[in-house]
Each structure stands twice: as C-alpha cells, then as structure tokens.
Design a protein around this ligand. Structure first.
Ligand code: FES
Length: 513
C-alpha cells in the first residue's frame, strides 16, 4: 500500500515552483475609478487587463494575494471539453445555445492563445487533444450520446477504442486541438500591462459590502476604505456580495485533489479525464526542464469527504499502477463551485443592480471560462453587445434539469445545518495525537480542535461565520471546511477561502474541560 510518507507533508501547487508574482500593498485610502474589480484570480486580472486597455480606470482588489485561490490550484487545461456536457446542454437549453456555449469556450481558448502570441509569453502553451474515457458499459453508452452531441454541434472529435495507458477503457471521446499552459506565467505580463495602463492593484484588501443607495456603487473594505465607481465586477470565487441573487442557494462547492508526479513511464501527450467514479485526470507540464504528470481526481462535496489524506493516497495508488512513480514533489487540493444547471453565472448579479456584475460557478473549467467571463463582463460594463450573454446570464431560470438537483443540494445544505449541530460523535481532546484534528466538546459546545506537531492545541468554534453551518476537519490541508457554501478556515480560524469574511471564533484554552 502507498504511504503518506511518499508525498509532501504540506500542500503546495506546482505552479509556484518557478514563478514569483509581483506583490502589492493594501488599499490605504478612498478611491474613485470607473470600475472596481473584487477578486484577483484569472478572471479579475483578465477583466482588468481588457478594461484598462480600453481606457478605463480600474482598481483590482484581492482579500489575500493575487492568483492565490482557485487559479493557482488549477490543472490548467484550456479546453472546451468540460467533462460530459454537450448532450445535457442540448436537452436542457437547446442546440443553438449549446453551440454558443461551445463557441464561447473555443473563443476563450483562442483569445488566450492570441495574447500569448502577441506578447511572446513563455508559459508552456501547447495544443493537445483532450480525451474523456469510459471504463464501464454505462458510461460508454453516455460517451456515445456525447459523441452524437459533438456531431450535432460540429465539434471536431471522435469516439475511439483506446487511450495510450495501461487502463482498460470501453471507449474514449476525443476533442481535438485543445490546450494546456502554466497559468501563473501567463498572467504576469497581463498584471504588468494593467499597471502600465494606469490600473491600480491592491492585495490584502477585503471587500465586505457594496453600498447601492448612492448614485454610484461604493465598494467598502474591511479596513473602512471606500472605492466609488460606475461599475463593480465580483470575481471572487463565491460572490462576496449577494445583491439578492441568492447565490448561496444556487451553488455548491466541490473539492478535488492533485499530485504532481515524476513518473517512470514516458508520457504520451494529451489530456485525459475518466468519466466514471472515482474521477481521474491527467496532463503533463514541464517546469525547469523536468516533466511532471498532474494526476487529479477524487472529487467530493466540500466538508463531506472521508479523512482527506485518503484522497491523496488513492491518487497515489492509481498513479503508481498507471504511470509508475519516481517521486511526488507536489500535492494540493482545489475547490470549485457548481451551479444548479452546470452553466457558470456570468453577467449582472441580479435584476436589482444594473452596474454590479458577477462571474462564478465555473465547475472546474476555469481557464476558458475566465476568458469568456472577462470578455463578456468587459462588454457589459462598456454597454456593448455580446452574443453569449443569454447563455451565461445569472438571471436565467431553467426548471429542467436543475429542480431536482436544486432540491437535493439545498436539502443537503439544510441537512448539514441541522445534523452538523445535533447528530455528531465527538472525540475527546486527550485522544488526539500530534498533528491531528477533530470535533470535540468544550463546556458542552461543539468545538474544532487541532493538536499541532508540538502538541499545542488550537481550538475554534466550528460554526461557519457565513450562514452558520458546521465546519468539518480537512486533514489533507489542515483546515476547517464548511459543507454548505465552501468557506474554508485555517486551524486557527482565519479565513482561507470565502464566502465567509470573518474568522471562526477562537475558543480559549481556559475553556477546556
Ligand atoms: Fe455558507 Fe459556511 S459557507 S454557511
């Protein structure tokens, strides 16, 4: 059996290995700009790049550091092959809109490639074929339907009978001429361009509200500074401002895991995704002359996994039998938001607000979608048309296919709200080993405990500061994760990822029994 000794003790994405992003100070005063952008991932940066290029004044703020969220934890497949989606889209939104979804993402890919060529960015961009593969008869039947959808939509693809790995596949569906790249290397020249065009960038600046009762929207930061603007773009993963769009009822969060492996076997090229459970994803990247295979998968709803180290171990075992492992220098996890109809929400945040825009719910396919969002939001801010706006508008209402999933997801959330508080087995604090976390009781209250490597105990109130669900321990990342909308907190309670803005309450040591 593989042992956890074989992969790094702490999670760290591979993209930081050879790339240092520029650093920016926090906002330290009030500001007035054309557009405030909240969230400095690939969507926020690309939108700021396009708007400053068009002559607008922009302030881009991030609660932490730029590109430190989902963008730095991606596997960075730049593809319109978003798992199996096109057969589902044709049945739910019709052939015409399904085709627009495909074209929007292919235009996103081409947009990224055009920027890379124009600026001569050395970011390991390569065109690769993307494969979905089935290992069971039932998923083989689904791939056949997906292939029929490709044919209806004119997608360049084929159904083949094998992939170049020692995996017993029933069939595989190829989408030709997709791409992959190094996301951080791609973004650095865009950040430099934003600055050169007069855009302002602030890190460690948390937006907590948007005042809408004035003639212009005003973004208010935790430190009390205000950014007055004509339009606000929120690209902060889960929207920090809801605007009566009820996003917390319309999305759920899923975690997945990645290992960067130096393999025994030579990698044949291409990007691969297994459509059966447990999911498995493959691509390669070359960093400092070394080839690494990114082995991903093990998705589950946030805060509902088994001991999360087990997910890395499962990937390790699979990588060993599929590729042969020489070394695993990196491991990390990522979190994605899934909308109720599997189509991202990009556009006006709600009918209540004309000049506040959102991009969220990318369902693990953030590279092409970020380009779709940046172009669409730029057009909306500049009052220009965009032929894809109706496909992605957050105000769409589709009873089918979402109603059932919607109910399941929200029942699930409600279940966590209640059972998290009531039906729970507690560990005793003195049963904790060093470097172990668990839910315990302190003075009768549900409390999160983590005993660090030196035996020091860190206690927090596990009640999520977003809307009150109960967080669960994530042993792989040593974080407290909320199953309801995906907020994550360090073992000391600090916010690692929103929508929560406030830390978990610390429980003091003198409260211990
Ligand atoms: Fe919404 Fe925790 S993230 S309740």
């Amino acid at each position: 059996m593989p042992s956890t000794k074989n992969f790094p003790q702490f999670p760290e994405p591979i993209w930081n290995e050879d790339t240092k992003l520029p650093k920016f100070g926090p906002l330290n005063g009030n500001k007035s700009v054309d557009v405030a952008i909240v969230g400095g991932g690939i969507t926020g940066i690309t939108t700021a790049y396009l708007l400053t290029k068009a002559g607008m004044t922009v302030a881009l703020i991030d609660a932490g550091q730029l590109v430190n969220g989902t963008t730095s934890h991606t596997t960075a497949k730049v593809t319109a092959q978003h798992d199996m989606i096109y057969d589902e889209l044709i049945s739910h939104i019709g052939k015409e809109k399904a085709k627009l979804y495909y074209e929007a993402n292919m235009e996103g890919l081409e947009f990224i490639e055009a920027i890379i060529r124009e600026k001569g960015i050395d970011c390991g961009f390569t065109r690769e074929d993307a494969y979905l593969y089935a290992t069971t008869d039932s998923s083989h039947q689904k791939l056949k339907k997906e292939f029929a959808a490709y044919q209806k939509l004119g997608i360049d693809g084929d159904l083949v009978s094998e992939i170049p790995f020692n995996i017993d596949v029933k069939s595989a569906l190829v989408m030709r001429n997709q791409a992959q790249f190094h996301p951080l290397k791609y973004l650095i020249p865009l950040i430099q361009d934003i600055q050169a065009s007069g855009g302002s960038i602030y890190e460690n600046t948390t937006a907590i509200d948007i005042q809408t009762n004035t003639s212009q929207p005003v973004v208010v930061t935790k430190q009390g500074w205000k950014i007055t603007c004509n339009a606000v773009v929120t690209s902060s993963h889960f929207p920090f401002f809801d605007g009566r769009g009820f996003y917390f009822t319309r999305m759920h969060a899923e975690k997945s895991y990645v290992l960067a492996v130096k393999a025994e076997k030579e990698y044949p090229g291409g990007m691969y995704l297994c459509v059966d459970q447990p999911t498995r994803s493959l691509r390669y990247t070359t960093i400092n002359g070394e080839t690494y295979i990114l082995v991903g998968g093990e998705s589950h709803k946030t805060g509902q996994g088994i001991n999360t180290i087990k997910h890395y171990e499962a990937l390790q075992e699979w990588a060993q039998s599929t590729l042969g492992i020489k070394q695993i220098p990196y491991r990390w996890s990522t979190q994605d938001l899934i909308t109720i109809d599997n189509i991202p929400y990009i556009g006006r945040i709600s009918s209540k607000h004309d000049n506040i825009y959102v991009a969220t719910g990318y369902r693990k396919w953030g590279m092409t979608t970020s380009a779709v969002a940046a172009k669409l939001l730029t057009n909306l801010v500049m009052k220009q048309d965009n032929r894809f706006k109706d496909v992605f508008t957050p105000s769409r209402f589709l009873a089918d296919p979402s109603v059932k999933d919607f109910i399941v997801q929200n029942t699930d959330v409600a279940g966590h709200f209640i059972t998290g508080k009531l039906g729970m087995k507690y560990k005793k604090i003195d049963e904790l080993s060093n470097d172990e976390g668990a839910v315990v009781k302190v003075k009768g209250e549900r409390t999160g405990a983590y005993k660090d490597k030196n035996g020091y105990l860190h206690l927090v109130d596990t009640t999520c500061t977003h809307l009150g669900c109960e967080c669960e321990w994530n042993s792989g990342d040593r974080t407290w994760d909320c199953p309801c909308h995906g907020s994550r907190f360090s073992y000391e309670g600090d916010v690692v990822e929103g929508p929560a803005e406030m830390p978990l309450k610390k429980v003091s040591l003198d409260q211990q029994p």
